[in-house]
Design a protein around this ligand. Structure first.
Ligand SMILES: NC(=[NH2+])NCCC[C@H](N)C(=O)O
Length: 407
């Protein structure tokens, strides 16, 4: 086997070596004005342009020597394993929606598909009209509109940040909160279980535990996690993630950070991302209001919960630094609000002080540059229609540790 980069991530900003992206595909073509809200998109993206924007994003990463893995490739390679193929079929067919007759015939159809064809169905779903012609006419089939989904498409696969997250040398496959994204768990689960590249990878957390999404998890420093609790990750999710990372020795402190439960702030990384070992870009309203509960291992398997205290001071204390420096999204509140909505806060660090950001967030980018941060700008007018920026669209698989010299 060729040399592969050893997975492992212990910070938000250590030099990025390998990352998982998803080039948007046919699943985006399923979005219509009737289903876009439910499928968590704010408008109907122009798919070709979204692909060009994504190729350019991947190009920026490759240009900085980052290995880019594409989810569709990993999925199809995994599905060549018969066990993965069976798991994929199992996850695609929902008996409650289809009824036994149709579910059985769909299962047997999918079981006979080659890996790439099954992979395509798993990502972009299947309408009733696309179901193979089957003998016994099912009532379900007759009564559904031909354009209804027999297998739901997964347009949010684009946001690889949320469906899995590496913590140290382990991967946590997320338990996603929204119905439109739940099946992503099964795909990531089978990739990490069966792709040759990830053989032997240990898991953190359990894919079927209380909801935790990767967009809510920030690796503030080795051993220190912040977990947003809001529309997606629940308090129960944060608590059980904390238990699990303490038990595995992956962290000594977890900060549970309540975030406003609105679409604009669905994850912690929509209001705050790290741009250096001790600096963040942050939405001003969040800077002034975010608090954190500090969780640490207690005696006899218990959790110690302290706080709430202001987030910035709780974070600095847990990280063992004097101060967490904040770069604001914008001085003027209206610009700040607009740029927060357009993922101005959602930067992806390629190294300490080097981040990728959407070009449209001109004020935030200018402020980052004033603070000495290099901003690699990408276009995102179409990619952003699902409300996600460079951090949401990337799942780091390997980062080098931050060297002491960069502190
Ligand atoms: N890490 C993030 N902020 N991800 C953004 C995900 C956006 C996606 N449409 C959703 O609503 O789930």
């Amino acid at each position: 086997m060729e040399d592969t980069i050893t997975p492992g991530v212990d910070s938000e900003v250590g030099p990025l070596r390998s990352v998982l992206l998803h080039r948007p595909g046919n699943e985006l073509k399923r979005l219509t004005p009737r289903n876009n809200d439910q499928l968590l998109f704010d408008s109907i993206p122009w798919v070709d342009r979204a692909q060009q924007e994504h190729d350019a994003f991947a190009g920026v990463l490759k240009g900085r020597d980052v290995e880019v893995l594409l989810l569709a490739d990993l999925l199809c390679e995994s599905l060549r394993d018969a066990r993965a193929h069976a798991a994929g079929v199992h996850a695609a067919v929902d008996d409650r929606r289809l009824g036994t007759e149709l579910a059985d015939s769909l299962r047997s159809h999918l079981s006979g598909l080659d890996a790439p064809v099954l992979g395509e169905v798993l990502m972009s779903g299947m309408t009733f009209e696309e179901l193979p012609a089957s003998e016994g006419a099912s009532l379900v089939r007759k009564m559904h509109h031909p354009h209804d989904f027999a297998v739901d498409p997964l347009p949010n696969l684009l946001f690889t940040r949320d469906s899995s997250a590496w913590i140290g040398d382990r991967v946590a496959v997320s338990s996603l909160a929204m119905p439109a994204r739940r099946r992503e768990t099964a795909l990531l689960d089978l990739i990490y279980a069966y792709h040759p590249r990830f053989q032997g990878t240990a898991r953190a957390y359990g894919a079927h535990s209380a909801p935790v999404e990767g967009g809510d998890v920030l690796l503030l420093a080795p051993g220190v996690l912040a977990v947003g609790v809001g529309e997606r990750t629940t308090a129960a999710g944060a608590e059980s993630l904390a238990r699990s990372v303490f038990a595995d020795g992956l962290a000594h402190t977890v900060l549970a950070v309540p975030i406003v439960q609105t679409r604009a702030t669905m994850h912690l990384d929509t209001v705050c991302t790290m741009v250096g070992p001790d600096s963040v870009v942050m939405y001003p309203l969040a800077r002034d209001s975010l608090v954190a509960y500090t969780l640490r291992p207690g005696d006899n398997d218990t959790l110690r919960v302290d706080g709430p205290a202001p987030f910035l001071s709780a974070a600095a204390e847990a990280m063992g630094i004097d101060r967490l420096h904040v770069i604001d999204t914008g001085l003027d509140p209206v610009t700040a609000e607009r740029e927060q909505w357009d993922d101005g806060n959602n930067t992806l660090a390629l190294a300490p002080g080097v981040v990728v950001g959407y070009e449209r967030n001109m004020e935030t980018n200018a402020r980052l540059e004033e603070a000495g941060i290099e901003v690699l700008r990408i276009a995102g007018s179409e990619l952003g229609s699902g409300r996600g920026g460079p951090r949401c669209m990337s799942c780091p698989i390997a980062r080098d540790p931050i060297s002491p010299a960069t502190h």
